[in-house]
Design a protein around this ligand. Structure first.
Ligand code: SF4
Ligand code: SF4
Length: 223
């Protein structure tokens, strides 16, 4: 099985159109293939190929602190120790102040350790979803990261893992991945272990600079 990842140093170069065109050509040539959209912040391949989902999953990305109001005595220790400023003490009419966890919680769990009342527990954080859909070119694995989600590399890895499994299950010799733009963590997750990167660009100086950066990353990871 070969994995081909279509990438671009910047968004808006036509990466998804190129991926769909390659899928159409391979399909027409009789190649069985599995598609994956690894641009989990803005997946466009599902818009183009209109998949009929046959699998849907929640993506758990890390943990989130949760306070049990009845157990909190308002001591503020958690508030003092949270280095992300993610805990606010709010007044209560019928008792001491209550610790409230904000959306900026990074899931480090320090507050749950320092709380003398064991009033804080760490719970799985719902960070998005992923699915497998049927398209006219073969199965497509695609995903959506929740707004503000910061675990896109992990979700990309999940998408690629399921695509590779499907390729094995369906004896498909090709996994074609529509990758994310840029050179960040999701791009590295999309290209690591791939056999080939197809780099899409446009004829502008800034796009050329972005392309060079992308190719340097690909060389660094030996793709
Ligand atoms: S450390 Fe525990 S008891 Fe103290 S304010 Fe925070 S949640 Fe409440
Ligand atoms: S888990 Fe960490 S980041 Fe989240 S509220 Fe507790 S101390 Fe702050």
């Amino acid at each position: 099985m070969k994995t081909v990842v279509v990438l671009s140093g910047k968004g808006g170069t036509g990466k998804t159109s190129v991926t769909a065109a390659l899928a159409a050509l391979e399909s027409r040539a009789g190649t069985r293939l599995v598609l994956a959209d690894a641009d989990v912040d803005a997946a466009n391949l599902p818009i183009l190929l209109d998949p009929r989902n046959v699998e849907e999953h929640t993506f758990i990305g890390g943990e989130l602190a949760v306070v049990a109001p009845d157990a909190c005595n308002g001591c503020t220790l958690c508030h003092q120790h949270c280095r992300f400023g993610a805990i606010r003490m709010v007044p209560r009419e019928d008792g001491p102040d209550l610790a409230r966890i904000l959306d900026t919680c990074e899931g480090c769990a320090v507050c749950s350790v320092v709380c003398p009342e064991a009033a804080i527990v760490m719970e799985p954080r719902n960070a998005g979803s992923w699915a497998v859909g049927e398209t006219r070119f073969g199965p497509l694995v695609h995903a959506t990261l929740s707004a503000g989600g910061e675990t896109s590399g992990k979700l990309v890895t999940e998408v690629r893992k399921r695509a590779a499994e499907l390729a094995g299950e369906t004896a498909s010799p090709l996994v074609l991945v529509d990758g994310p733009p840029g050179i960040g963590c999701p791009v590295i997750a999309a290209m690591s272990g791939a056999d080939l990167v197809v780099a899409v660009t446009e004829p502008t100086p800034s796009a050329r600079a972005d392309l060079d950066r992308l190719l340097n990353v690909a060389r660094h990871f030996d793709v």
